[in-house]
Design a protein. Structure first.
Lengths: 332, 272
């Protein structure tokens, strides 16, 4: 499967066709006198065969971007095309090419998995005789064959989410939009969902994904676009992004500012913030042990310490020099 | 790219309207079958109402004729109307829910959702009507109607259900939550009481009687009663049935037309 995927990617990278292109998207909601600006000029590109993650905090404009690209919302300004079709003027064409799975489950809980997918397959105008086979194929691919004839209100959160994604795939879309696919899922369901999504991409579907998890973007995406306060603030491969963000850090919290300052000077790191000293690390046992030995030698004992992976906030800070916009500012 | 696009272009959604409506209708009917509340409303309520009116109230209400014959058309329209009003909640949970986004992002005319609800409501309330008539006949209801009379009566009930469903769809599209949409059911549950359905309007105080005589539920009841049992609300043989039927059809087809036009207008503007 992996080899197959690599071959496919190689092939696609030569064709380099831009499948989704957004330019200068703007959108405000609310009364005309006091509009709330949600998108403030979003530019994006998704190439064929690629996975693009739109990464950002709550309220950054991820869902609005997806809704515009999936023909559900009209932009106030700017333009967007999917496979060359305008999402406003040629919405009907776009709808034949895309699959959408929104942030909240769009399925009938009183119906079984098979019934839900069958309804969607009929509405997607699959040939009548192909419906049953396609539904069985999707149930199998999403690990839901055993639960196929059970009502969705007996499904776990992860199973429901998988069925929801399968429902967006009945017609083998060229582009699949997934809006925060794993928000609220436990780690095991999340890992399983990632595997399933990778298989979908290996099958030739390009994926436009939104997420608020750096890890998810890193695991799934070929390219990451970071969005904050209605603008794309950084864009690049996960490797480039991680390089910019830096590795994990050992965080040492001291009882007083003086102790923290003393330790920071001894360890040769920057000025401590709020009694906390941060020492970058690659996370290896040897390096962590070395740092801790230096901490002990420095004198004052920290109240607590931990090894912390870079957070979404760290990433934004590293790439834009600013933390993510506070939620209050976004809502104002 | 043009070649690729041409190969993918499916038929225009309006050309798939018929099949898509059937898919939507089947979906709604399946949801109805899985909902205990809906089943009670469609099957148990009609039976209970029939027995309640005939055996509990019937003995005390003097209408100058057999009360079973008098009240059966009223129970029939009460149950069908109430069942149709219930579509407001189903419509609202669809149009205010996430599934509407999924439908809108597919090459499907979104009006099929509403038409599907209308057809499903018609089918559901035809079953309810059959249950009411079945129970009525089991406890002694006899009709004077021939095949044509039956056909006409079912047609009038169908128009009434169609119109109430139309208003229900409008309410479902306009309100914000399914719970708010539920309020419309109560209106339709009470409107028939203030008509000639269960007691002759002549027995009401004059101000109420005025309302009961002109409100649109009364002519439907009078028409169906006239067709099925051949008598008016005064217990006398029916006269002027054609006129009453015309008023009925005028009222309810008008209501249906206005409500459904308004509903599709409001629906197109929702969630943009």
């Amino acid at each position: 499967m992996l080899a197959q995927r690599l071959r496919y990617k190689q092939f696609m990278s030569y064709t380099d066709e831009v499948l989704v292109r957004a330019a200068g998207l703007r959108k405000s909601y609310g009364p005309a006198r006091r509009p709330v600006r949600v998108l403030d000029g979003v530019d994006l590109e998704l190439r064929a065969g690629e996975v693009l993650a739109l990464l950002g905090p709550n309220g950054a404009g991820k869902t609005t971007t997806v809704r515009i690209l999936a023909t559900l919302t009209r932009p106030d300004a700017g333009s967007a095309h999917v496979a060359g079709y305008d999402v406003v003027a040629e919405a009907r064409r776009v709808r034949e090419i895309i699959g959408l799975t929104g942030q909240h489950a769009a399925v009938d809980l009183k119906l079984s998995g098979r019934e839900n997918l069958t309804t969607m397959a009929r509405l997607a105008h699959l040939p009548r005789r192909a419906v049953r086979g396609r539904v069985a194929e999707l149930l199998e691919a999403f690990g839901l064959t055993d639960a196929a004839d059970r009502r969705l209100d007996t499904y776990s959160g992860g199973m429901r989410r998988r069925l929801d994604i399968a429902a967006g795939l009945v017609r083998r879309p060229r582009v699949l939009f997934l809006d925060e696919p794993t928000t609220g899922l436990d780690p095991r369901s999340r890992a399983y969902l990632w595997d399933v999504v990778r298989d979908v991409v290996a099958g030739g579907t390009s994926l436009f994904l939104t997420t608020q998890y750096l890890e998810e973007a890193d695991r799934l995406a070929d390219r990451i676009a970071m969005i904050d306060d209605g603008r794309v603030v950084a864009e690049g491969t996960p490797a480039r992004l991680k390089q910019a963000v830096g590795d994990a850090a050992i965080e040492l919290t001291y009882g007083t500012g003086a102790e923290a300052g003393f330790a920071a000077a001894a360890l040769g790191t920057g000025t401590p913030e709020d009694r906390t000293v941060r020492v970058p690390t690659d996370g290896s046992v040897g390096h962590v042990r070395g740092v801790l030995a230096a901490v002990e030698a420095a004198g004052p004992a920290p109240v607590r310490w931990e090894v912390r992976a870079p957070s979404l906030d760290d990433a934004f800070l590293a790439l834009t020099g600013q933390p993510t916009a506070p939620a209050a500012a976004v809502a104002a | 790219m043009t070649a690729v696009a041409a190969a993918e272009a499916g038929p225009h959604p309006w050309r798939r309207f018929g099949p898509d409506v059937l898919t939507m209708t089947a979906r709604v009917l399946r949801l109805v079958r899985r909902d205990p509340d809906e089943l009670v409303l469609a099957l148990v309520l009609p039976t209970a109402m029939m027995l309640l009116f005939v055996y509990v109230f019937g003995g005390a209400i003097e209408v100058g004729t057999d009360y079973l014959a008098y009240a059966t058309p009223g129970v029939l329209l009460l149950c069908a109307g109430f069942g149709a009003a219930n579509a407001a909640m189903a419509v609202n949970s669809d149009v205010s829910g996430e599934i509407m986004d999924r439908f809108r992002a597919m090459p499907v005319a979104s009006a099929t959702v509403l038409v599907g609800h209308v057809l499903a409501s018609m089918a559901k309330n035809l079953v309810t009507t059959a249950v009411v008539l079945g129970v009525a006949m089991a406890i002694g209801f006899r009709t004077v109607a021939g095949p044509l009379g039956w056909l006409a009566a079912v047609g009038v009930v169908a128009v009434y259900v169609f119109a109430i469903t139309g208003v229900a769809v409008l309410v479902g599209v306009l309100v914000r939550t399914p719970a708010a949409a539920g309020g419309f059911g109560f209106v339709m549950l009470f409107l028939p009481y203030v008509s000639s359905a269960f007691v002759p309007p002549e027995t009401m105080p004059s101000w109420l009687r005025g309302f009961a005589e002109v409100q649109p539920v009364t002519p439907v009841i009078e028409t169906v009663r006239g067709l099925l049992v051949g008598m008016g609300s005064d217990g006398m043989p029916v006269t002027g049935l054609a006129g009453t039927a015309t008023v009925t059809l005028g009222w309810w087809l008008g209501v249906a037309l206005v409500a459904l036009s308004a509903a599709s207008w409001a629906f197109a503007r929702r969630g943009r």
